[in-house]
Design a binder for this molecule. Structure first.
Ligand SMILES: Nc1ncnc2c1ncn2[C@@H]1O[C@H](COP(=O)(O)OP(=O)(O)OP(=O)(O)O)[C@@H](O)[C@H]1O
Length: 310
């Protein structure tokens, strides 16, 4: 109980967590507190330390600093109360989806009915298919199912939707919504900002082993997302030409040009200016800043494409 009080009743706490692999600093003093029932999204570039943080929080790797999970140290917490979907998870190929879920259910004194778990992850119709014959997305869903068998109070999902098609992803999102509504604390890592923006109550952005921002998606967007902007599909156009035509800051991103700081009311005039300047674009989209803009801003990846402007 002393531990619960020490951590203020939070479901997950990290205090100054540090982890090195040889000369590599994977976590450089991460502190975090996640209340019960929160969906917390952990994002960051490859190698930022997300999986390492999940591993330290679940006690699957040692670290410096303190970890609290449901009021206990990771090694002392009741395993029935924790679910983990690791990023890399390769079950035996010659188990059916049903056998795989049943195997994991058998590890606990009390587990959910196997059919209910198969239903949750959308595999009821493929329950008797060998794991090796499931599609990549179905395999990942089966893996998600293994983390749900014990009806955990805290659920770690390390890139759960990788390889899952849009419909399957949406059904997993609904599943996560339902778990959170039932009080499950979820820590989710993802490279999909749309997914995190959709699911997470709060988001933590890791960069080089440090949490550089934590807040709700809305808070982060207001603080770091920048202004609304116009996206131009103009594959053959030099950003400098657009910048000169509009006297505006223009960035190239994912094959499109981003004109920063454009109010919706100004879109018509800007399009007219582009046409007058002979800028050849296929289509345009006006967009409010999103979590993706926050990510690009805070990771510095927005600068990779080269920025031109005022
Ligand atoms: N077992 C290990 N041995 C040595 N170095 C490791 C090990 N695991 C992770 N690292 C290193 O620690 C750093 C953080 O890795 P980690 O896997 O936590 O990043 P990540 O944010 O999860 O990346 P990704 O988005 O690619 O999954 C990287 O530099 C990685 O190479």
């Amino acid at each position: 109980m002393a531990e619960v009080e020490r951590w203020g009743g939070a479901a997950l706490v990290a205090e100054d967590v540090r982890k090195r692999y040889g000369d590599t600093v994977a976590l450089d003093g991460v502190s975090l507190s996640i209340p019960a029932g929160e969906v917390f999204g952990l994002v960051g570039p490859n190698g930022a330390g997300k999986t390492t943080l999940v591993r330290t929080l679940t006690g699957t790797t040692r670290c410096e600093g303190s970890i609290g999970i449901l009021g206990s140290a990771p090694g002392a917490v009741d395993a029935h109360r924790v679910g983990l979907l690791p990023q890399s998870f390769n079950p035996a190929d010659r188990l059916t989806a049903r056998e795989l879920i049943a195997y994991y259910a058998g590890l606990y004194d009390e587990a959910r009915p196997v059919d209910a778990v198969l239903d949750d992850v959308g595999l009821a119709d493929d329950a008797d298919t060998w794991y090796e014959n499931l599609s990549g997305g179905q395999q990942r869903r089966a893996c998600v199912g293994t983390a749900l068998v014990n009806d955990p109070d805290v659920l770690f999902l390390d890139e759960p939707t990788t390889g899952i098609d849009p419909a399957g992803r949406r059904s997993l999102w609904s599943l996560i919504d339902g778990l959170a509504a039932g009080g499950t604390t979820v820590l989710l890592t993802s490279h999909s900002m749309a997914e995190v923006e959709r699911l997470a109550d709060r988001v933590g952005l890791l960069r080089d082993g440090s949490l550089v921002a934590v807040g709700s998606p809305d808070e982060l967007i207001v603080e770091h997302g920048g202004d609304s902007h116009l996206l131009l599909d103009a594959p053959s156009v030099d950003p400098a030409a657009v910048s000169a035509a509009l006297d505006a800051e223009v960035t190239a991103r994912d094959g499109r040009l981003v004109v920063r700081n454009v109010a919706l009311a100004d879109v018509g005039a800007i399009v007219a200016d582009l046409e007058a300047a002979g800028v050849d674009f296929d289509s345009f989209t006006w967009a409010e800043p999103s979590l993706e803009d926050v990510y690009l801003q805070l990771t510095g990846e927005a600068m990779d494409d080269g920025r031109v402007g005022r």
